[in-house]
Design a protein around this ligand. Structure first.
Ligand code: SAM
Length: 444
């Protein structure tokens, strides 16, 4: 049956289409595993410790009297707040009202996929291992790349890649292997092999996916990634900036950046001549949405064309928070746009003198509608659902968006502010090796 096909394809690829809604359910662990042959991502390390695993977890306990009365109080509080919504909050609420239905529909479809829900409960389980294989002992030993990269010795640190000649199995005793050393900071380190490679840095082990590279640096060095020739640029650019607002700052999980620094990101310069799909994660703050739509995208030369939503659920399929809670939405937004790149303005009709020529066109330059025609139409309000990973990791969405990438395949993909690596991608940020630490992997 089609639901059997759905399920077996989910088990293999990590993507389950919810056909009656504009939605998919994804398992980031299975998607990430496509980058590896001899290793796999440890589900118990990927998924948060708060992932609900209790077998006693049931609808009854969910609706327990105390909880529902708490909820009622909270709802009343929210209602009171609503009356006092300022104009910005009203716009935010309007946006929410527009996506409520697609989100509810997606969630309803998920709850109807009973065979998927069964698997969902066990996503965190490491097959073939003791259920909770957490080695807390190693927890504190992770390298802090931001700190390491800021000391005077940073240029001296080297990563050592173990290269096993391609076409030979690693376990094959005859396989030839040798070591390559590269500066780890401010340097493009590449694994061009068709298998993942093990690497060592200061007595820590990392796994580099097949056909991937990273550039670990501060924002100041990002221009080193902009290609000399625009036909060497990227046609897919994913960005999850360290926005100043929101929870990250409060919890001090990572450094944040003021908006003015994000305005200076060289998106045009990174864009390939065929153009690029730009996918930008934003938080639910209206002030930020406003900044992105009216300042950031125009400055980057990006035309916003659609918005997708990441809906977060628990292991039992329930939403991580009530849909209508104003300050704790159970979803995040991914803004999608197209970048024309550096050559964009030159494609304007000759004879039309542009009021503000030069590479930096500043706000106010609209991509003209004809230019947009060469890009594929992206349906609005698509929803992808997953159980959130630990450390507020975003799910890997590249695979879901490949259809909309302009130009050639395989796409040239780059992720900015990345904390992980993926096959076929260049990862840039001040800690792109963060989740490549061996402790997040199992040998398969
Ligand atoms: N998408 C990532 C994930 O799912 O794991 C999370 C990215 S997180 C929102 C932002 C990242 O930007 C953090 O790793 C942070 O250390 C990094 N970052 C902050 N300031 C930076 C800077 N000045 N230069 C480079 N990276 C920076």
């Amino acid at each position: 049956s089609s639901s059997d096909d759905q399920l077996s394809s989910f088990l293999k690829l990590g993507i389950y289409q919810l056909y009656n809604a504009n939605a998919v359910f994804i398992d980031p662990v299975r998607i990430l595993n496509r980058s590896y042959t001899n290793f796999r991502v440890s589900p118990s390390k990927y998924y948060s410790r708060s992932f609900s695993t209790s077998p006693n977890f049931s609808i009854e306990s969910h609706n327990s009297a105390s909880k529902s009365s708490k909820k009622r109080k909270r709802r009343q509080k929210e209602k009171k707040k609503y009356i006092a919504l300022n104009s910005r909050e009203q716009i935010a609420d309007q946006r929410h009202q527009e996506v409520r239905l697609p989100l509810l529909k997606a969630h309803e479809e998920l709850l109807g996929a009973s065979e998927l829900l069964e698997i969902l409960r066990n996503l965190r389980r490491n097959d073939g291992e003791e259920f909770d294989g957490e080695s807390i002992s190693k927890e504190s030993e992770e390298l802090d790349f931001v700190e390491l990269g800021s000391v005077w010795q940073a240029p001296l640190y080297e990563i050592v890649l173990k290269v096993v000649e391609d076409g030979e199995a690693v376990k094959d005793a005859g396989a030839k292997s040798y070591y390559q050393r590269f500066p780890v900071f401010d340097n493009l380190v590449e694994n061009e092999g068709s298998n993942e490679r093990e690497a060592e840095l200061l007595d820590h082990e990392y796994i580099l996916p097949k056909n991937s590279c990273f550039y670990m640096s501060d924002l100041k060095q990002i221009h080193n990634l902009t290609p000399a020739e625009s036909d060497c640029g990227f046609n897919f650019i994913a960005i999850d900036p360290p926005w100043e607002n929101g929870s990250a700052h409060q919890k001090h999980k990572y450094q944040t950046l003021p908006n003015r620094y994000l305005l200076s990101l060289p998106i045009k310069q990174l864009t390939h001549t065929v153009g690029a799909l730009v996918a930008l994660w934003v938080t639910n703050r209206e002030k930020l949405r406003n900044f992105v739509e009216n300042e950031l995208f125009p400055k980057w030369g990006v035309k916003h064309v659609a918005t997708f939503y990441w809906l977060k659920v628990k292991a039992d399929g329930s939403l991580i928070s009530e849909l209508d809670l104003f300050h704790h939405r159970p979803y995040e937004c991914l803004l999608l746009g197209y970048s024309l790149g550096k050559s964009g303005p030159q494609t304007h009709q000759p004879g039309l003198t542009h009021p503000n020529p030069g590479p930096d066109l500043g706000p106010g330059l609209e991509m003209n509608p004809e230019e947009l025609l060469r890009f594929k139409h992206i349906p609005d309000n698509q929803v992808f659902i997953s159980v959130p990973g630990d450390y507020s990791r975003k799910p890997p969405i590249g695979e879901l968006l490949l259809d909309y990438v302009p130009g050639f395949k395989p796409a040239r993909c780059i992720e900015l502010f990345s904390r992980e690596m993926i096959a076929g991608w260049t990862s840039w940020g001040n800690e792109p090796l963060r989740f490549q630490d061996l402790k997040y992997f199992l040998r398969s």
